[in-house]
Design a protein around this ligand. Structure first.
Ligand code: CMP
Length: 142
C-alpha cells in the first residue's frame, strides 16, 4: 500500500544516521521523490534473488532479514535501512526482507533518487558502501 509522502510530515521521519549531515533542503527535496510504504506483519518487502530497484529506510516498525527460513541474518528497526547491496552491486537481492511488526512504515528510495543523492553528497555513497562491506563480512562469517 502506497501512502503519499505529503500525507506525512517530514518531522515524522526518524533520525536517520545515514543522512545526519545532509543539509535540510537537500533532505526535503530527496524525501519528495520517495513514496512511503506500509507493510503489514508477515508481508515481504522483497524476496532473495529478485532484482533491486530501490532501497528502504525504516520509519516505523521492524523487519527481519533472512536467506533461509529459521535463520535470520538480522533484525532491523527504526532508522535502519536495507536493500543497498543490490543497488550498489547490480546483483540480485541477497536475502528476503519481511515485516515483523503490524505497523511497518518504509521510506522507499528509488535507485535514480539514490544515485542523484550520492553524486551530490559523496559521503552518502561512502557510508552505504561501508555498511555493505560490513554486512557482507558478517554474512560470510556467520
Ligand atoms: P539487498 O541484497 O539489496 O537485499 C537484501 C538486503 O538485506 C541487503 O541488500 C542488505 O541491505 C540486507 N542485509 C543483508 N545482510 C545483512 C546483515 N548481515 N545485516 C543487516 N542487513 C543485511
Amino acid at each position: 500500500e502506497e501512502v503519499s509522502s505529503r500525507d506525512k510530515p517530514l518531522n515524522a521521519l526518524p533520525d536517520i544516521p545515514l543522512f545526519s549531515d545532509l543539509p535540510r533542503d537537500a533532505f526535503i527535496e530527496f524525501f519528495d521523490g520517495c513514496p512511503l510504504r506500509h507493510i503489514p506483519r508477515g508481508q515481504r518487502v522483497f524476496e532473495r534473488g529478485s532484482r533491486g530497484n530501490a532501497f528502504y529506510i525504516i520509519c516505523e516498525g521492524a523487519v527481519r532479514v533472512f536467506r533461509d527460513e529459521g535463520k535470520d541474518l538480522a533484525t532491523l528497526g527504526i532508522g535502519a535501512f536495507f536493500g543497498e547491496m543490490a543497488l550498489l552491486s547490480g546483483a540480485p537481492r541477497m536475502a528476503t526482507v519481511e515485516s515483523t511488526s503490524p505497523e511497518t512504515l518504509l521510506l522507499e528510495v528509488p535507485a535514480p533518487v539514490l544515485a542523484q543523492l550520492s553524486r551530490r553528497y559523496p559521503q552518502v555513497a561512502r557510508a552505504l558502501k561501508k555498511f555493505c562491506r560490513d554486512r557482507l563480512l558478517t554474512n560470510v562469517m556467520s
